[in-house]
Design a binder for this molecule. Sequence first.
Ligand code: 13P
Length: 308
Amino acid sequence: MRTDRLAKMVRSAAESGILVPAFNVPYLPMVKPIVETLKTHGTYGMLEVARLELFKFEARSLAAVAEEYRKYADPSIVTLHLDHTPVIDEDNLVADWEGLIAEAISLGYDSVMIDGSRLPLAENIEAAAEVVRMAHAEGVVVEAELGAVMGHEAGPLPPYDELFESKKGFTDPDEAREFVQKTGVDWLSVSVGSVHGAISAASRDQTKVAARLDIEHIKKLRAATGVPLVLHGGSGIQQAYVLEAIHNGMAKINIGTDIRQPYERALAAGASVEDAQAAVAETITKIIREVYGLEGSAERLDRVNSEQ
Ligand code: 13P
């Protein structure tokens, strides 16, 4: 399988409490600082692009992102992931998910995410199982989502505390068990308290709420599924919650808003693209070093792998 190592690294991350950060690319020039900063710090991570970043931002195409990635890539440290490929998108429209997934696989993406989270359980299972068939045949790793990580939709969210206390949209552990058994997905994105940063033009520059995570719920999901869990909406979550989540099976964190906003702000203030790229690199360095302690994590994960 072409991505055996990737699957193993993320499994080891889930078992050893090391986080694998995945950084989103809404603008093509962000590829360089993401890949280079991960390499500089020996941090095992991913470069990822979601469908909405092609259409609502300026990532342009899966091919353009892959081409830019290959200019800087060291696949032993940074892999290429197709993020959110919705069956029903954030505007409630039906998307060509099979076309995008097939395109990513043929372009050499190492892993892909199918997002059937707006579908009833049986249909979400059907779509994810189909993606597993397509991707595993080519050795590509699959992430899917169950439960609702809100925030990408237009319009206001309910007040955050109300959302968290009510556990509205949280992934149900019994459904998660069934989902993983029936689909064979490698990683599961779960809803446990995080929300996505807003992306509508009117609100994409807003500061995100400092989200919390329900650690007991994460423990239940990990026990029910046995697969590495994925945390979406990774920007701005209170650090202590993420650090605890990492020790309970949360292996991959998706970070978009935290690096997009410094890039956009720099350009809006008249900075050059190089200076905006430097702002991205600076933010990633902080996240890697100060927030999650991920310096040298590629080597640490390799060591965990070799001990198994
Ligand atoms: P944030 O923009 O909130 O970091 O979320 C990113 C994400 O989850 C992409 O899949």
